[in-house]
Design a protein around this ligand. Sequence first.
Ligand SMILES: [Zn+2]
Length: 394
Amino acid sequence: MQTTVIHASRILTPEEEISDGIIVVEGSRIAGLGHRDTISVPAGAIDYVAAGMTVVPGFVDVHIHGAGGHDVMEGSTRALDRITSLLARHGTTSLVATTVTAPVEETRRSLEGIARYVRAHENADEVRPESRPQAEIVGIHLEGPFLSKARRGVHPPEALARPSIETLDKFVEAADGLVRILTVAPELPDAMKMIAHAAARKIVVALGHTDADYDQARAAIEAGARHSVHFYNAMRAFSHRDPGIVGAILTDPEVTTEVIADLVHVAGPAIQVLLGAKGFDTVLLASDGIAATGMADGRYRLGNFEVTVKEGIAQNSEGKLAGSTLTLDRAVRNVMALGVSLKDAVRMATILPARRIGLAGKKGLIAEGADADLVVLTPEMRVAGVMTRGAGLA
Ligand SMILES: [Zn+2]
């Protein structure tokens, strides 16, 4: 097995900061880390010197539809290879492939394609340091079809559906059990039954695209919902006499939420309000990125409809925001510009999302035994190098 030794001015695990640190990578895993005086460097290892740099865990994106000109719903090896390669260049080493609302049969075909790809890569040949870094698809996020018509955003109205355990089970089966997150509007008929069913199957139930009032949102949390997608966006707005879903999420420490920190979907001060209310343990950075991510302005597909991207802002034909072109490296820089510390910004993009989807100890942290998913950041927080499960940084 090949061993790589990474020397960095600073390592953020992210819970701990190690200066003048060393990370030892064996194969696809981290074999050791610590201050350079405490770690014995194995003979014959490849050295990677990140002088003046900070090494952090690879970013974990729990809400992403595509990148590099492709949408995850294409489900082909070519599309998913392109998406995972492009995202790795921006420091994202794990992602939850996210569908948009589409007819049931079409969604099933997409899920089968994604599942086939994930299963084929699970038993991939041993990674080598000189291999190309590629993000890992660690699950599937179903964003739709069980969403509110009133808060559907760009999800096609004709394909929205009432919550149905039967339909959900079809999706879970097509996805070969890889569904990790289900977004649902809890005020819809039969939503509570479906939420309980999904939660019992260890699917993270996320509230989103919803017009739920406070009591409906509370009932959903009681039924097992623990997460919410793109906070503020496609949600009933907060009012002091009608706190709604926003009030329910802000006041429950068990419920995590994503925020799209591109400073287009949500204004900076609104992100500060969110963090002020919820603190730094339950707010995750997610991109909601679409095919246009990493590409020039132009026309792209999102699921089965068209989106126009101008100056990096994606909109449908009605001018509604249609996902983003955000990458998590930029999201980290954006929240730091709002006053969030490097440590908290990195936690929001790494260990917190990894924990939410049940990958604590494996993803989103630098620790012995964890996957060797690493990002080398310049002092300006630009990505200078990426390792995905031991590949890259040679
Ligand atoms: Zn959405």
